[in-house]
Design a binder for this molecule. Structure first.
Ligand SMILES: C[S@@+](CC[C@H](N)C(=O)[O-])C[C@H]1O[C@@H](n2cnc3c(N)ncnc32)[C@H](O)[C@@H]1O
Length: 328
């Protein structure tokens, strides 16, 4: 493991200001090192809400849970940390609230998507083309599929499709071809460095090489962790768990994630007026949320200077419309 900070959370002040407005149940679905959770718990304490509040932190990475437990020392009475996938957010909230005798109606949910700096910077986790390590990329080390399994077993066409779909890499076909040719000659691709060198040799030159490397590594990471598949479900189920006026905030770091967040939020905000051309007095179904942010919020220049990772962060927030209002 590399020495240094585990993870610097982004847009903390904005998220606390938008989400923490009353006592209640709060869920951090991407606990990481616990930076955002700590800010929630501090804000709840400062407002005198601690006694009526509970924070549930979820992460699928055991190393994150260990770090978060250290970060949140002193707040044990008001927090529960769970190893799990946020796609099971509803079941996790129901179980945690059931154990505490609370109704599973949530005041605030945060999803800070992607990987932490710790995961990226730890060579043994295999997330980065900048560090030599095994081709792993699993956030949950108990998961069955690693990046090595994909690189060494997928057919050329499947590889090309995934690099194009999840990496939006225009040269996906030639990269896939080069991987398969390497496998035929050498047996397998065995490390992040081997893969990165192979990509470098087969990408167009200059600045584009770095882009191609990050796109291919992003594509593999998304496939390994099923990142886009779990996101839609987590957003829909999370919204169902929100209490009246409860809020959900999502930070995404690339366009594929942001597109899903934007689409789901827009769908949930829209009332269903039935087929076009049919005049209706009221909709078949009312929207269940309002958009708190019409356009995504981004980090300030100062924050980006202090924490370059904040550069690509996009924050979207919705608020649950009270149930009674759906029928007014
Ligand atoms: C960007 S980091 C979050 C950092 C955190 N906000 C903080 O302040 O330290 C994303 C974290 O979410 C976790 N994660 C990503 N997808 C997940 C999923 N589907 N279920 C559970 N945890 C997930 C990762 O393991 C990682 O620790």
């Amino acid at each position: 493991m590399v020495q240094g900070r585990f993870h610097d959370p982004v847009l903390v002040a904005e998220i606390v200001a938008f989400l923490v407005r009353r006592p209640g149940i709060y869920v951090d679905g991407t606990l990481g090192g616990g930076g955002h959770s700590l800010a929630f718990l501090r804000a709840l304490r400062e407002a005198g809400y601690s006694e009526q509040s509970l924070l549930t932190g979820i992460d699928q990475d055991s190393a994150a849970l260990e770090e978060a437990a250290r970060t949140l020392r002193g707040y044990e009475e008001h927090s529960v940390l769970v190893k799990g996938n946020f796609q099971d957010i509803e079941a996790i909230i129901t179980a945690v609230c059931g154990n505490k005798g609370l109704k599973p109606r949530v005041a605030g949910i945060l999803l800070d998507l992607g990987v932490s700096s710790f995961q990226l910077d730890t060579p043994e986790r295999g997330f980065s083309y900048l560090r030599e390590g095994p081709l792993d990329m699993r956030m949950n080390s108990d998961a069955p599929l690693s990046a090595g399994d994909i690189v060494n077993s997928y057919e050329e066409k499947e590889l090309a499709r995934l690099i194009y779909r999840y990496g939006e890499e225009p040269g996906s076909r030639s990269i896939a071809k080069a991987i398969v040719a390497w496998r035929q000659k050498n047996g397998s691709v065995n490390s992040t460095k081997e893969l990165a060198d192979l990509i470098r040799r087969n990408a167009y030159g200059g600045e584009k090489v770095i882009k191609t490397l990050s796109r291919v590594f992003q594509a593999l990471r998304i496939e390994v962790n099923g990142e886009l598949d779990v996101l839609r479900r987590a957003l829909c189920d999370g919204i169902d768990c929100l209490d009246d006026y409860g809020r959900m905030a999502v930070i995404s770091y690339h366009s594929l994630e942001d597109r899903i967040v934007k689409t789901v939020f827009a769908e949930k905000a829209r009332s269903d007026w039935g087929p076009k051309g049919v005049a209706m007095r009221e909709p078949l179904a009312y929207g269940t949320v309002t958009l708190v942010t019409r356009k995504p919020l981004t980090a300030s220049v100062e924050e980006i200077e202090a924490n370059p990772r904040a550069r690509s962060a996009k924050l979207r927030i919705i608020e649950k419309i009270p149930r009674k209002d759906h029928h007014e």
